[in-house]
Design a protein around this ligand. Structure first.
Ligand code: ATP
Ligand code: MG
Length: 449
């Protein structure tokens, strides 16, 4: 039966690997994914349904077509329920099996395409899941759109948390490779000693502990995109090997001798100044030039504050979904305060801040300025006059005092504790300023340098 199916499918142009048991099938699949698995139902050892379940464990999208004996329809129905895509009843013509296979593959292609499309459609005021309306982000979206279907290598720059990985994913989702894998190589996270085997894979026995053949990340990205994150953290040796892969489109696993052909697109990112890395010798010039074909530079959030409200709205929605509660609104004043933060950690920091706000006030429908942490909004009362909940919480004197505290603290911060300059800025006399700061427990020295 196995030989009949393998031979028949090969003749129809399929690439087939035949194995003698469910256990072998799972082991092969672990070593490298296949588009689809055809399996008998009744087998010694793992039966067809158990094999199916193991494959699903490895790859939730694994496609399985089962061959069942006439009369065991009930188990076939059961198999479909457990995730088999289709079944053919023995005896069958090879064409019948081929039709089931083609249909399964088509179905998967459609599903991937739908996912990619849905990602694009979901993006109002943004693109492919990326939110933004600032001129800088619009120009990023336009570049991604211009690259639609392109194979060009892209280098993404930008501070930490500006969305480099999201852009890389958007580039993948809009490429002809959208149906293929998106593999992340986190250069900084992999210890030097493991890096080469992670990247290039190894044959059994390549080194102590290498029991099974392992596919490297490069091989895993075959047919898709390899995202090289923190490019400049890659060792010089690994850099030169990667360069070689780009040149030859082949990878040789450690301990192996036969090169494996790989077809992949590289998108690389770094939050470092790569020209400087080239100058100080930590990034190979050749690799840099090879990768720097198209450049996308993501601006820090503080240079596109007009994106903050859209991002906050997105993160409020995400937080509500995650916490299983209604999406909260945010007060105008609170939004203004959020828009003015320095956001050194960029979009990631903003996302975390919004998530934390939502978690701290699970029952609130609207988040106001008083819900923000003091280091963001300044001392209580600084903005209290316009927050409805402040009235009742603070009496008039306390609110005024809060406002003055916030105002004078900010004034002294901006002038670096210079009382003369502060008084001039506020339009009051130095004596008045001195009295106020003494009353409020503020001292000019606190704000110096
Ligand atoms: N334009 C955007 N719209 C929506 N979410 C965004 C946007 N930019 C970034 N994010 C979100 O911010 C977080 C950080 O983004 P990402 O991981 O892509 O940043 P990064 O530049 O790769 O950061 P790092 O350099 O620290 O790895 C993610 O949760 C991402 O979903
Ligand atoms: Mg990243």
């Amino acid at each position: 039966m196995r030989h009949f199916v393998a031979k028949g499918l090969r003749r129809l142009g399929f690439e087939v690997e035949a194995v003698a048991s469910g256990t072998d099938a799972v082991a092969r699949y672990e070593a490298r994914p296949f588009d689809l698995c055809v399996s008998d139902v009744r087998m010694p050892g793992l039966d067809g349904v158990q094999t199916l379940e193991k494959l699903r464990g490895l790859d939730p999208d694994a496609l399985v077509v089962l061959m069942t004996a006439y009369g065991s329809i009930q188990s076939a129905v059961d198999a479909i329920r457990r995730g088999a895509f289709d079944y053919v009843t023995k005896p069958f013509e090879i064409d019948e099996l081929a039709v089931a296979i083609e249909r399964a593959l088509e179905h998967r292609a459609l599903r991937t395409e739908n996912r990619a499309l849905k990602q694009l459609v979901d993006a109002r005021d943004g693109y492919a899941g990326l939110v933004g309306q600032s001129p800088a982000m619009r120009s990023v979206f336009a570049t991604i759109e211009r690259l639609r279907g392109s194979e060009a290598t892209v280098l993404i720059g930008g501070e930490s948390g500006t969305g480099k990985e999201m852009v890389a994913r958007a580039l993948h989702a809009t490429s002809a490779r959208a149906g293929g894998p998106f593999v992340v190589l986190q250069c900084a996270a992999i210890p030097e000693t493991l890096l080469e085997s992670e990247l290039f894979g190894h044959e059994p026995g390549a080194f102590t502990g290498a029991v099974k053949r392992k596919r490297g990340l490069i091989e895993k990205a075959h047919g898709g995109t390899l995202f090289v994150d923190e490019l400049a953290d890659l060792s010089l040796l690994a850099q030169s090997k990667l360069e070689r892969v780009l040149e030859t489109r082949e990878v040789v696993p450690l301990g192996g001798s036969t090169p494996v052909h790989v077809d992949l697109r590289i998108v690389a990112a770094s939050n470092r100044d790569l020209e400087a890395a080239v100058r100080d010798g930590s990034l190979r010039r050749e690799l840099y030039f090879r990768l720097d074909v198209v450049r996308i530079q993501l601006p820090p959030l503080r240079e596109r504050r007009e994106d903050v409200p859209l991002l906050v709205d997105r993160f409020l929605g995400a937080a509500a979904e995650r916490l299983g509660v209604k999406k909260k609104r945010i007060g105008f004043d609170a939004m203004v305060v959020l828009s003015r933060q320095p956001w050194a950690g960029n979009v990631r920091e903003l996302a975390n801040a919004v998530e934390r706000l939502c978690a701290l006030r699970p029952e609130a429908d609207e988040l106001g300025v008083l819900d923000l942490p003091e280091e963001m909004r300044g001392p209580i009362g600084a903005t209290a006059g316009s927050d409805p909940r402040a009235v009742g919480q603070l009496d008039y004197e306390a609110a005024i005092r809060g406002f003055e505290q916030g105002y004078f603290a900010q004034l002294l911060k901006q002038t670096g504790g210079n009382m003369t300059e502060a008084a001039a800025l506020a339009g009051i006399s130095r004596g008045h300023l001195h009295r106020k700061t003494r009353q409020l427990g503020l001292q000019g020295e606190q704000f110096r340098g």
